[in-house]
Each structure stands twice: as structure tokens, then as C-alpha cells.
Design a protein around this ligand. Sequence first.
Ligand SMILES: Nc1ncnc2c1ncn2[C@@H]1O[C@H](COP(=O)(O)OP(=O)(O)OP(=O)(O)O)[C@@H](O)[C@H]1O
Ligand SMILES: [Mg+2]
Length: 722
Amino acid sequence: MIKSISFTNVKGQTGTQEFGKKTLIIGPNGSGKTTRVQTLGIAIEGYAPGNGKTAQDTFKLATGDAMVVGLKTDAFQFTRTFTKNESRDKTGKVKVEINQSLAVSPGRGEKKDTDKKARILSEIGSFPVALDFNEFLSLSDAKRRDFFYSLSPITTDGWSKAKIEEWLRESMLLEEVRENNPEQYQATQDIIEEALQEYPDGFGVSEGLQAMLDWATAQRTIWDSKKKDAQGAVRQIADMKNEMDETDRNISDSKNELDSLQQQLIRVEKLISGSTAKKEIVGKRVQRIGELRGNIAQLKAQPVVTDTAGLEKERADLEQQVLEELDVQVLMAPLKDKISAARSQRAVLDEKHQGLRHQVVSISSTVKTLAESLDTVGELGGRCIIHHMISCNKDFTGLDEFVSKKKTEADKAIATLQEELKQVQTEIATLDEQVKSAELERENILSKAQEVSKKNSEIRKRVGDIDKEVADRRTAAQRRENELKLLEDELNRLVNEPADKIEDVQMLQIQSAGVQAQIDELKQKIQEKEKAKQTILLMQQSMLDNRKAEYKAIAFKSLLEQLGPKGIQGELVKEIIGPLKSDIQQNLQFMGIMNEPFFQTESDTGKEVFQFGWINDRGHQVNFDVLSRGQQALYFAAMMMTIIDRAQPKLKLLVIDNINDCDSKNFQLLLDGISRLEDRVDNIVLSGAIEYEFRADGWLVTDLGPAKSDQFAEEEPFDASA
Ligand SMILES: Nc1ncnc2c1ncn2[C@@H]1O[C@H](COP(=O)(O)OP(=O)(O)OP(=O)(O)O)[C@@H](O)[C@H]1O
Ligand SMILES: [Mg+2]
């Protein structure tokens, strides 16, 4: 329980405020009631709730260069000292700094301010409930809601990130959208995923949801403005469609024109080449006519020979000259026999001749051997014939005679044989002669036969030529007639052929060049149009991309709806409000008020609202704003009590400033009602400019007394006419 607070130079005041279990601070306007409530806030939190949280903000309440606030409980006390330090930086500029220092008692060796802050937190806790009641009244619905949620760390078991995801998917990703507008479906799916990434894991549901809402709100603004551009783009697409149609028409017209020009060019080119060909044909015809006339004249000038008598006579003479062919076979037969007979005779003689020569050689060699034996005997001279070292006394005298007799006989026989040989050789020569002459005769017969044959074939050839010539002469007249007719026919045909008209090629060429130039120009034009068409197509594409913005904008609108009070937030609020409502009702009953509270988080038109009040005896919902001030203060106390109950802070303070505008009866009811909460908190502090009598049993009442009117006037000039 807080025993007292002290303040030095807070809003020009210095002093101490004692606190009981229930404290009522009264006094006229400007007497310093709020100053005390604020001092309580600064002491506990380090700043005055509702005035900003920085040291600079807090120091706005200070008079002078130092401000000190202090707080005392049963067993602990501390002070916070704010001092202003002015210094000049290098450039000479004045720099103002507000420093805060802490002193705790009894100390537990805390040296650093952070340690002291931690000590205060452990002794007192932090629960910024000291709120200006008027300020709460002036808050918007949304701010009241935020205040409520920020002070009531109510967790909900029913909701989680996964459930939010499920809710969004079920409510936003509709099958019919997927079928009918897949792009919209995709955009929605994308932003759901992105939105869920804004909800960090580990965040509570209300913070996570808030993060998603903040992100979606910012995104919606962006995409809404993009959507506006996109809507412009859609209009432009319509304009472009017209432009495109025009361009398409243009291109197709130009292409038709190009077609007809190309046809024209082909016609002219054909005429040109046709004329050239025609000229060539005419030239050739003239040449051919000349040739034909020449040939006809030549043919007519030639005499026709038809007489065949001379030829026929020559033919008859030639027939006479034909020789009888030789029968080579018959003529050759006896010669052939003669030669073969001579050859066989010669073979016999050859053999005989061979035998005779053998005999001669054999006899000669016998004689020669005997003569040599005789010579050897003479040379040995009484030595053995087998070995000359051996002496031999054999007598060889008879050998001489034998050898000489034998030699004589041999010579005789050889002479006879030589004679015979000579005769055989003569016979052979005769035979050879006979064969040679027969062969010569054969040669003669052959060449004679050839000669006859050659001569006859020459005659026959000439006869053939004559026959042909005779036949020619017999048909010569007719043939010339035919030939002449052919030539004359051709000549007539050529001469009479109708002459084709030949165009002026030069003119045609000029015409062709002109058409070609037109074609080139048109092609260029078409190319340009095609280019323009491409550009339009590209632009259309980029504009279609812009349509994406439309889908996004729609998706964000829907996302915000689903996240917001009509969606998840609404559900969440319902879940939070339900138990809150029954707690508040209990607190109201505790204070003697039997009315049932109500909360409305959604207006009839579906807008997010945060309205509350109670249902009166006649069953009407009476909004908090139209309750009387006293009723409002009771309701507010019941709400505050609920929050305190839920948050269970270290030090439970129920502080309500500015309980004004109550009549004495209602103020008394309020005092009595709030008194009943006293067991559930450490301190109750009420303050207001109460100017009537009241009963405040058990309350520590601080009456700050009449305001110093001169001081009031001095600071805020009072306009009497107002
Ligand atoms: N920095 C300051 N220096 C001097 N006086 C100040 C300063 N700030 C405020 N005051 C004055 O201090 C006085 C105390 O104001 P405070 O808000 O505490 O009055 P109050 O009792 O709550 O009045 P009310 O009933 O109108 O709410 C006022 O007269 C105010 O003009
Ligand atoms: Mg005040």
C-alpha cells in the first residue's frame, strides 16, 4: 500500500500527499488535485500517463531546473529526480538535456539506475492505471477499445495463427472465385500468405492480428491508389481498342492495295517479257522465210535426171565381169595329202639317219680305245700296267697286229655307213623340197581365191549403187515435188501468219518502275502500321498488368474485412468481451448497481465501434456516454476493477481523477459503491472538485482548500463575459 507521495516543483507545487486505504482529494479547480495524481504516475511509471513518456515530456510539468517525485510504501521508498542540464556544443548551439536519477531506500546495494529501476519494479510493479477520467471520456471508440485491450492482457485459447490462417482461407478463397476469376483468386491467395508473414511466430493473437491489420491497412492504401491508376488504364484500354481497330483496318486496307499493285506489276512485267519474246519470234520468222525462198529457188533450178539406160548398161557389163569363186576346199585336199605323206616319210628317214650315225660313233670309239691301249703298253716299258713300281715281264707283241687289223675293218665299215648316210640325207632333202613346193602352191590357191572374192564384192557394191541410183532417178521428180511442197507450205504459213501486236517495251518499263515505287511506299507504310500495332499491344499488356492492382485492392479490402471487427477481430473481441462483461457486471453489482452491462463492437451497418453501457430498468441500452457523471464514474470504476483483477499487478491502485459534476446524492452513492471495492485493492484514490457535504467514513480526505484566486487569475486570465 502506498503511504504517501512527495513532490518538489511539480506544476509549481512542492509538498506531500498522504494516502490511506481510501483517499479522497478534493479542492477547487487549480488547487493541485491532478498534480498529485500525476505525481503518483510519474513516481510509479517514470512519466505522467497521457502526457508522453519521454523525460522531456515529463519535465514539461516541472518548474525550475529540477523536479523531484517520491513514493513511500510501508517498507520501501524511492525518489526520482529530473534535472535540466544546458550545455553548448562546438557550434555554440544550446543543448538541453533532461537527466533522471533514482534513489531507493532501504537500498540493497543498487548502484546503477537500471538496478534501482528494477528494484522499484519489483516492489511496486508497473501498471499505468492512474488515468484522468475526463480524458477517458474524451477518447474515441477506437482509443477506448485500444485502452481496454492494452490494459487487459486477456489471452484467448480459441484463437491462434493457424486458426487465423484457416479463417482467412475459408472466408476469402472461394471456389466460385477460383473458377470464375482465377487471377483474383491468385491475388487473394498471395496476400493471405504475405499477411501471415507479418504475424511473427511467438506473438500473441491480438498483437499478431494487429500487426497483420497494420500491414494490410498500409497495403490497402497503396493498392487503392494503384487501382485508381489501373481504372484509368482500363479506360485507356478501351480507347486503345478503338485505335487498334483503326490500325487494323488501315493495315488491311493497305494490304489489299498492295495486293492489287503487285498484280498490276506482274501484268506489266509479263507484257514486257512477252514483247521481248515476240520480237525474237518475229526476227526468227523473217530469217526462216528468207531461207525457205532460197531453198525453193535452188531446188527449182536443179535439173531432174530420170534417164537410167546408161546405168543399166553398166550394170549388165559388171554382171559379166563377175568371176567364178574358187572352191578352196577341193583345191587344197590333194596338197594336204601330199604334205602329210612326205612328212611321214621324212620321219622314217630321220630315224634311219639317226641309227646310222650311232653306228659310226660306236665303231670310231672302239678303234680309238684300242689305239690308246697300244700306246700305254709302249710307255710302261716292262712295268706292271696296274702299278708302275711293279715290274712286269709280260710280252704284248701280238697286240699291235690285232689293233691294226681291227682298225682297218672299222674304217671300211665306217665308209660304208657314211655312204648310206649321204643317200638318206639326199632323200630327206628331196622330201623337204616336195613339202615346200606343196605349201607354196597352197598359198597361191588361197591368195587367188581372196582376189576373186574381193573383185566380186567390188562389182556387187557398184551394182547396188547403180540399183539405188536407178531407183532414185525413177522417183526423183516425185520427191522434188514433195520437197518443194513442204518448203512452199512452210513459207506460205510463215508469210500468212497474222502479226502479233508488239507493245512499247520502254513505256512498259517506265510503268513497271512506277508501280514498283508505289509498292515500296505501301510496304513501308504497312511496316510502320505494324510497328504501331506492336506498340499498342505492348501497352495493352502493361495495362493488363495494372489490372493486377485491382485484384490486389479487392483482395486487401476483403482481407481487412476478414481481419477487422466484422471478421476475426470481431470474433476475438466477442471472446474477450464476454468474460469482461460478466466481470464488470459483478463489480457493478458489488457497488450496488444491478444493471447488466452491454458491449457493442459492430454498428448496425457493420462498422467497427466500441460502445458500451448498461441496460436500464426498462430494458433500454444506455450508452456509457449518456450515463450521468456519477454513473459513468461507477461504471469506470467497475471496468478499472475488472482490469486490475485480471492483470493482478504488484500494487493494485484504483485511481479516478476528475470525479466532478455529480450531485451530492449521487456522489454519496459513488463513494459508498467504490468503498466496497476496498478489500480488492491496495489503494483507492478519488479526486474531484467536490463542493458539497458528504459522508466519507473510512476515507482519508485531503481538502486542498480554496484556490488562490489571484494565482488563478494571474495564470489564466478569466473572461467574465464567457
Ligand atoms: N509548470 C507550472 N508551474 C506553475 N504552475 C503550474 C504549472 N503547471 C500547472 N500549474 C498550475 O498548477 C495548478 C494545479 O493544477 P491541477 O491540474 O493540479 O489542478 P486541479 O486541482 O486538478 O484542478 P481541476 O479541478 O481544474 O482539475 C493550476 O493552477 C495550474 O495552472
Ligand atoms: Mg484536475
